[in-house]
Design a protein. Structure first.
Length: 458
């Protein structure tokens, strides 16, 4: 059985002469132009396989796209959930063979057997087990099945050869700002625990092949909280046997699923090719909106203080942590990784403090595995180092921001600390000694100013 990746949630599963297209999204943009396929691809319909059937999992605009469906022949059979909106749209487009499927009721499409699997409570959507009698693929799509649902599926399909899994706890609906923006800990825990319970022979990172279009690109900084490397690292922490069997695919790739295992073939599809494109930034940076406001007012550039900051993080701060080890004992226990991002006038610099049983080390650059973020303007950090500003001033001015979402994966258990772990910057600069030093400097400066004024009168 072959699984051909066409971008985002659009996949084609083939076996012999049978070809089933899932959730066709054949144009680049969707959601009324809000999002686009990422990375971009080009589809050549002259080479597109003849379809045995189309499956639509649910009515979200990136899975039920009317423009894309209008490109397909009206006589192709379409299998859908019991959703009046989907049914009405397909009838208006002229499709003649529309079949409603039900959870737990398998059906055949030529030589393939499909079994719809249940979503989270209240959702009208499906995943699908697809079997050719020798191997089984679970295309979970966007569903978040419960442990009991997974147990029921596994009772009928003891071995899933390949699971196409949801992995990104999207924050797209938080863009409206009606709730505080925070790492979606509970959602992410559920995604990981589902993967551990399914215990498939191989995994594919499923539907998350999109980004916001250029005019909406600010959404890319808050929508995608988990990097592929973080997800894979967390899965392997509980399932080390999956090493080299977790696949991150691109449009145009094919996965060949056999009894002996799954292999990835890069860029082999003649009808789907990647389009060379400018890289799009989708790193999770929820603080960016706040700190980019300060950019024009900052006075220090990278060249002015990069060496000084490097020395602070790699020497002064790490020495402070080691000398005050009891303050940071829990950081080591939880294998805490805190990235500190410093905003300069025309750039930003990052250092990550990595804690473990042996203490702390510093890594330079963006860390996709960081579990806490501290963000500060370069002007403020230098003023703290020069003891001309207090920690209280920097915080109240909005020039410092932090988020802690520390967790630990250990043997299939997802655990979080009872309390957030303190930021080393706050401990270093927020104590009474630093405030006293700033006050002392101001007294000296005030005294000198008084002397200078007196001398001017003489």
């Amino acid at each position: 059985m072959d699984v051909e990746m066409l971008g985002h949630a659009t996949i084609l599963i083939r076996s012999g002469q049978t070809s089933i297209l899932f959730d066709p999204l054949l144009y680049d943009t969707h959601h009324e132009g809000l999002y686009e396929i990422h990375p971009r691809r080009s589809l050549d319909f002259d080479y597109f396989p003849t379809l045995s059937a189309v499956v639509i999992s649910h009515q979200h605009a990136d899975h039920y796209d009317l423009q894309s469906l209008a490109l397909l022949p009206a006589n192709v059979p379409i299998f859908i959930p019991d959703d009046p909106l989907i049914t009405a749209g397909l009838h208006e487009l002229g499709f003649r063979e529309i079949y409603t499927v039900n959870i737990g009721s398998s059906f055949n499409i030529d030589e393939l057997v499909l079994l719809p699997t249940a979503p989270a409570d209240g959702a009208v959507e499906f995943g699908f087990i697809v079997s050719d009698g020798k191997t089984a693929v679970w295309n979970i799509i966007d569903t978040l099945p419960s442990p009991s649902t997974i147990a029921g599926v596994m009772a009928n399909t003891p071995l899933v050869d390949l699971a196409i899994v949801p992995w990104q706890p999207l924050l797209d609906e938080l863009a409206c700002g009606d709730r505080p923006l925070a790492f979606p800990m509970e959602h992410y825990r559920r995604l990981l625990e589902n993967v551990w319970q399914i215990n498939a022979a191989a995994l594919v990172l499923g539907a998350c092949g999109f980004c916001a279009t250029q005019q909406n690109d600010w959404l890319n900084k808050i929508t995608f909280p988990v990097s592929p490397s973080r997800f894979q690292n967390d899965v392997l922490a509980a399932c080390p046997a999956l090493q080299r069997r977790i696949f991150e695919t691109l449009p145009g790739d094919r996965l060949r699923v056999e009894n002996s295992g799954t292999t990835l073939e890069r860029g082999v599809l003649p009808y789907c090719r990647l389009v060379p494109d400018v890289p799009i930034e989708t790193r999770w940076r929820p603080w960016a909106g706040q700190f980019e406001k300060f950019a024009s007012a900052l006075t220090l550039g990278e060249s002015a203080c990069a060496v000084r900051l490097e020395d602070f993080f790699t020497e002064e701060l790490t020495r402070f942590v080691r000398e005050n080890a009891p303050e940071f004992s829990w950081h080591g226990i939880w294998l805490h990784r805190r990235q500190v991002t410093v905003y300069m006038r025309n750039s930003e610099l990052s250092w990550t403090l990595v804690f473990d049983d042996n203490g702390v080390r510093v890594e330079r650059g963006f860390d996709p595995l960081a579990q806490a973020h501290s963000v500060i303007t370069g002007d403020s950090l230098v003023s703290l180092l020069e003891r001309t500003r207090t920690w209280s001033h920097v915080v109240l001015a909005g020039h410092y921001w932090q988020m802690d979402f520390t967790y630990r994966v250990d043997g299939g258990r997802f655990a979080v600390p009872c309390e957030p772990l303190s930021c080393p910057l706050r401990i270093y600069f927020g104590g009474a000694d630093h405030a006293a030093a700033v006050l002392h400097g101001r007294i000296q400066k005030a005294g000198q100013s008084e002397i200078d004024a007196t001398e001017g009168l003489v």
